[in-house]
Design a binder for this molecule. Structure first.
Ligand SMILES: [Zn+2]
Ligand SMILES: [Zn+2]
Length: 743
């Protein structure tokens, strides 16, 4: 019984709100004013009647129950607790005065006695105050006594007693790594301390209210059990209190899904094999190379290096194409594939902890985070079939307020009927409780509340998200160009400046380089050529032109799924005033479009103000023209020749192998080293001469294998790739921003 007394004396509204919620607590206070409650017994579990219900108040308080049908902490229980608190406080007051009369019973407050010889209730209150002060002032020595009944310190000691090992178990590796990376990048949760601890997890994550006892904590995910969010909240508190050193998170041995020994061993095998490939040369590669590549994929798999497994499988395919003499084989691509993998293996060898390994290995999935309410227009749908046996649809949405793309993907395993034909799946239903199918979301305007998306703009089908159809975007409500600003273009020069000029093409795609999925553009060409299907290349090509004659190449490769699209595009004529929606990419100095859908006349309206944008591109082009002299253009041409020739030499080296390079290749490497130096490409020049010298030494068997030549080779490939990208963008800029084109 005494337990209740101390517990309830310290109980405050924060705690009650944590247990139930603000509304319920407010309601309970209101009911309290009405006064329809009575404390029946305080022996063992206390009994309180509240209105017609009977509440049993238990310890811990969250175990209290009520006779009403509610299965959570209801307003009766809250009122029951408040009533009991009131009742016991009245009783305590009596007891305090009693004690006072008895004289010195409490050592801690004995120093007060000198002044407390007078009488009256006032004094009892004052004594209580002093007592509390003493409690707060004391820290170490009398911790046990002093903290008794103090909910906050109870809670804090529970948090600090929570073992790190069990937290780790609850969170799992991925969550732990997420927290470690958030901590590293300074994304802190918001933590407020009162009788409860409220933790708002970083990046708009769940809000957790930690209560004493901890197992009665609550979370906005509404799970009764100790969910990962609660575990994360406890861990953050421990981090903030300095109880867990940061290194514990990213480096501790027991949390590692990655056995660092195994990872490093795998990386060393990979490095060794890649160097052997380069030393031997493509021309002398034996067919059993495929078995080795398979083995390395398996080794990567066993070491849980998912991305690396993929890289080895891809390399396996390329070598397979080479050995089968397939037309699609391209030695330049193989060389880059090799150089990238070599670099990644190097990074893996340098990785210091599980966090870094997981970033390279691709186990680091981005999380869905709340993005608030979205006002979406369903624009288009794309079918996909993955190589891993899934198929489905991706729906592209444009968010009309922030002008951002979002996607929703519905995937299902491909299933085959007994007859061997592909089975027809039921129409997949739309998420977010929308009364339509996935397909029918295209052409609708939607409001989403409580939406969640990952960094790439992929929407989650979360049960917390509610969708509402607010209209259609067809007929008289059709999309109009004003709504699509930032994505709608008539002027291809402006399009280039907006979307391509700033494009960086990193050598290795990293997590930070992740772009949003489905960044589509709407292109309204001034004119276009008839779509033509090439039987030899198995693809449809057509050219779109803007008013000044700047060209964008539309390409669609043949596959069964695209058959309809190809037929459609072949017959498309200018009088239908089409607007093309597709993915923009940049190739050989030109912008290209992979079409997703086409809007015809009447399906997309054009606002007047948008048509004016035509002028801006031209002025921009003139500006640029002023800065370009003929001389610079010449340099650019020669530069791209030099880069091309250097690339060819690196390909020759890959063919012959570093151990058996031809005399002619070595000579050319040396002269190219001189030429690149003249053009100011000093690093390239240096690398080429290192390769020439190194390979010459190898032929005379003067050098050991640890000459680091493979690394030089890899860096040279990277350098060429970046330079070529830069030159290409500059060329594109010249084309797209200069004055009218003749055609
Ligand atoms: Zn109730
Ligand atoms: Zn939760």
């Amino acid at each position: 019984m005494g337990d209740f007394k101390t517990l309830l004396a310290n109980l405050d509204d924060d705690y009650l709100v944590g247990m139930a919620n603000k509304g319920i607590v407010k309601r309970a206070y209101k009911d309290m004013e009405a006064g329809d409650y009575k404390v029946l017994s305080v022996d063992g579990d206390a009994q309180v009647t509240v209105g017609g219900e009977t509440v049993v108040v238990r310890q811990p308080l969250a175990e209290s129950t009520c006779s009403c049908p509610s299965r959570t902490i209801c307003r009766h229980v809250v009122l029951g607790i408040l009533a009991l608190k009131e009742f016991l406080a009245g009783e305590e007051k009596g007891a305090e005065t009693q004690k006072e009369a008895d004289g010195k019973t409490d050592v801690e407050v004995s120093h007060n006695d000198g002044v407390s010889k007078e009488n009256g209730e006032e004094k009892a209150d004052r004594k209580k105050e002093v007592n509390e002060e003493a409690t707060e002032g004391k820290s170490g020595d009398f911790k046990e006594d002093a903290n008794e009944g103090d909910l906050k310190s109870h809670l804090l000691s529970e948090i600090s007693a929570f073992s790190l090992a069990s937290l780790k178990k609850m969170l799992g590796v991925k969550q732990l790594l997420t927290i470690a990376s958030q901590k590293k990048s300074g994304q802190q949760p918001k933590i407020t301390y009162s009788s409860i601890v409220t933790v708002q997890l970083p990046k708009g994550g769940n809000t957790v209210k930690l209560l004493s006892p901890l197992e009665y904590s609550t979370c906005t995910c509404h799970k009764k059990e100790f969910c990962v969010h609660k575990a994360a909240a406890v861990l953050w508190c421990k981090l903030e209190a300095g109880e867990v050193p940061e290194e514990e998170l990213s480096g501790a041995e027991e949390l590692q899904e990655y056995a660092m020994g195994e990872v490093k061993d795998a990386a060393r095998q990979m490095k060794g094999f890649l160097e052997e490939l380069l030393d031997t040369g493509l021309a002398r590669t034996s067919p059993d190379v495929l078995d080795y590549l398979d083995r390395l994929a398996l080794i990567s798999h066993n070491a849980k290096l998912a991305n690396f497994e993929g890289y080895w499988r891809a390399l396996h395919d390329t070598y397979g194409n080479y050995l089968k003499r397939k037309a699609s084989f391209d030695v330049k691509k193989l060389m880059e594939q090799f150089a990238r993998l070599y670099r990644r293996v190097g990074l893996l060898l340098e990785a210091e902890d599980a966090l870094q390994v997981s970033e390279l290995a691709g186990e680091f999935r981005s999380e869905y985070v709340p993005v608030g309410n979205l006002c979406l227009a369903g624009i288009a749908m794309e079918h996909f079939e993955s190589q891993t046996g899934y198929e489905g649809e991706t729906v592209y949405f444009l968010e009309l307020n922030k002008k951002e793309w979002y996607t929703y993907t519905s995937a299902r395993p491909v299933f085959y009927e007994a007859t061997g034909h592909r089975g027809r799946q039921e129409k997949a239903a739309a998420p977010w409780e929308l009364p339509v199918s996935v397909k029918e979301m295209v052409g609708l305007r939607l409001n989403l509340s409580g939406a969640r998306a990952d960094v790439r703009g992929r929407l989650s089908a979360s049960a917390d998200t509610r969708g509402e159809v607010t209209g259609s975007c067809q007929k008289e409500n059709c999309l109009h160009s004003g709504e699509l600003s930032g994505w709608y273009y008539r002027d291809f020069g402006k399009l280039f400046e907006d979307k391509v000029a700033s494009m960086r093409m990193p050598w290795l795609k990293g997590a930070q380089g992740e772009r949003r999925d489905g960044e589509l553009v709407f292109l309204r060409p001034y004119s276009f050529t008839k779509g033509e299907f090439s039987q030899t290349e198995q693809k449809l090509t057509m050219c779109l032109y803007d008013k000044t004659g700047r060209e964008i190449v539309l390409e669609l490769a043949y596959n069964k799924r695209e058959e309809w699209g190809i037929n459609y595009l072949e017959r498309l004529t200018e009088d239908r005033e089409p607007c093309f929606l597709g993915k923009l990419y940049f190739k050989d100095g030109r912008m290209c479009l992979y079409p997703v859908t086409v809007f015809e006349k009447g399906e997309l309206a054009e606002d007047l103000d948008c048509t004016q944008e035509g002028g801006s591109g031209e002025t921009c082009g003139e500006d640029y023209d002023d800065n370009i002299s003929m001389g610079q253009e010449d340099v650019k041409d020669v530069l791209s020749c030099v880069l091309e020739d250097s690339g060819t030499l690196l390909e020759e080296l890959y063919q012959s192998g570093l151990d058996t390079a031809h005399d002619s290749t070595l000579q050319e490497l040396n002269s190219m080293s001189g030429l690149t130096k003249q053009y100011g490409l000093l690093r390239l020049s240096e690398m080429l001469s290192q390769l020439a010298d190194g390979a010459a030494m190898r032929r005379h068997r003067l050098a050991q294998k640890e000459d680091g030549l493979a690394a030089v080779y890899g860096r040279a490939c990277e350098y060429l790739y970046l330079c070529r990208g830069k030159v290409e963008i500059d060329r594109g800029r010249e084309y797209y921003t200069s004055a009218s084109k003749e055609r």
